[in-house]
Design a protein around this ligand. Structure first.
Ligand code: KG4
Ligand code: ZN
Length: 365
């Protein structure tokens, strides 16, 4: 089955042709990163205008690179939420129009489910073992979900404030590293000189009751959790306190030297990774996951990948990340892959669907 995927939820306009949910025939992404770097973040109105200009050329290019015509497309999958309403509109309106005029089934896809399915791209999923624990870490969302073999999804934890990628972006802005922040922080952190120093040990919000955790520093709490000396029951994430601590340190510093920036970037990245990886590890153990998957923009971070790999090795289960870096950040191949899975589960639901509502708050399941 050939699916045309369309994605426009934030600042990437993307279209892709994917066969049977895994074979990527084309994946075209028009990134607006350079444009938004000027303002240090995405301005919704600016992003929306860019989508309108890019959407049709991107779709045309995806078809031409896959060497197929509109007539050969079996269904259209579109990210219809969550995301920026004004950005989502371009993709959703285009998909509705194409589905109507071409008379093709339309599959509205949750963007986060798209990230989850990015791990199916260019892989033989017959090898997968369930349940799979997926950590999605992006600019706009951060979840731990358990995927069962019948296609059902259980939400184990989610962000209570800033998502991990959002924290990377905001901290990069605070220390003057530009947009997007994730890759900039990762690069700068590699230059840190004082990797074991307590000076740049930043707080981790484990979301444990205060009376349990107050006797230890936040890094030691992580160690105790991993050694089963403390028990974690809350798998949600919170990064706003960590971001505030970075701001406090930046304000207290008279001059932001390159050395200070590198140490602070390292301390921040370590805190984020400690929380993401440890919570993933403990959830995989608690729910007897047979695989760990990592998805979303932050899954491009190699230090995070290395840490989760260590824990997956400890549990003796496979650990998978998207096969290409372009499948970590927003893309349309993942939307086509998710659309295929949804269609396979319930083809009748989409057979006559030609119109989908844009919904910035579309629930994951
Ligand atoms: O999945 P994505 O493209 O968009 C959303 O769905 O939000 O994720 C973008 C996020 C940005 O916040 C960006 O800073 C982060 O992913 N990111 C990274 C890295 N590359 C991108 N974060 C940490 N390390 C990276 N190497
Ligand atoms: Zn995304």
């Amino acid at each position: 089955m050939l699916i045309l995927g369309i994605e426009s939820s934030c600042d990437e306009t993307a279209a892709s042709i994917v066969k049977d949910g895994s074979e990527v025939r084309s994946s075209v992404i028009a990134s607006q990163a350079a444009l938004h770097a000027k303002t240090g973040g995405v301005v919704p109105e600016v992003a929306a205008r860019e989508h309108v200009g890019n959407i049709l050329p991107v779709i045309t290019q995806a078809l031409s690179e896959a060497k197929i015509s509109f007539a050969e497309v079996d269904a259209i999958a579109v990210a219809s939420g969550p995301g920026l309403a004004s950005s989502l509109l371009a993709g959703v309106i285009t998909a509705n129009t194409l589905a109507t005029f071409l008379d093709k089934p339309l599959i509205p896809v949750n963007h986060i489910y798209g990230h989850i399915r990015a791990n199916w791209l260019e892989r033989d999923s017959a090898e997968f073992n369930y349940p799979i624990l997926t950590l999605t870490a992006s600019g706009g969302h951060n979840e731990l979900v358990l995927l069962h073999s019948d296609g059902s999804i259980e939400l184990i934890g989610e962000s209570t404030d800033d998502a991990a990628g959002e924290a990377f972006d905001k901290v990069a802005r605070l220390i003057g590293l530009g947009y997007p922040g994730g890759p900039a922080i990762e690069k700068t952190a590699k230059l840190a000189k004082v990797k074991d120093s307590l000076e740049f040990l930043l707080p981790r919000a484990w979301l444990l009751p205060k009376d349990i955790s107050r006797n230890f520093d936040s890094r030691e709490v992580g160690e105790r959790l991993r050694n089963n000396k403390l028990t974690l029951t809350n798998f949600d994430f919170s990064f706003s306190g960590l971001k505030s601590e970075v701001r406090r340190r930046v304000v207290a510093q008279k001059r932001l030297t390159a050395g200070f920036k590198a140490n602070l970037a390292y301390g921040f990245q370590e805190a984020v990774i400690d929380i993401l990886a440890t919570k993933t590890y403990l959830a995989a153990e608690k729910f007897s996951a047979q695989e760990i998957h990592l998805a979303g923009g932050v899954s491009a971070n190699s230090a995070l990948r290395e840490r989760i790999q260590t824990y997956a090795d400890k549990l003796q289960i496979p650990f998978r990340c998207p096969m290409k870096f372009q499948y970590c950040t927003d893309n349309a191949a993942m939307i086509a892959a998710a659309g295929f899975a949804m269609h396979q589960k319930n083809p009748k639901q989409f057979a006559k669907l030609r119109y989908a509502e844009m919904n910035p708050n579309l629930p994951l399941v």
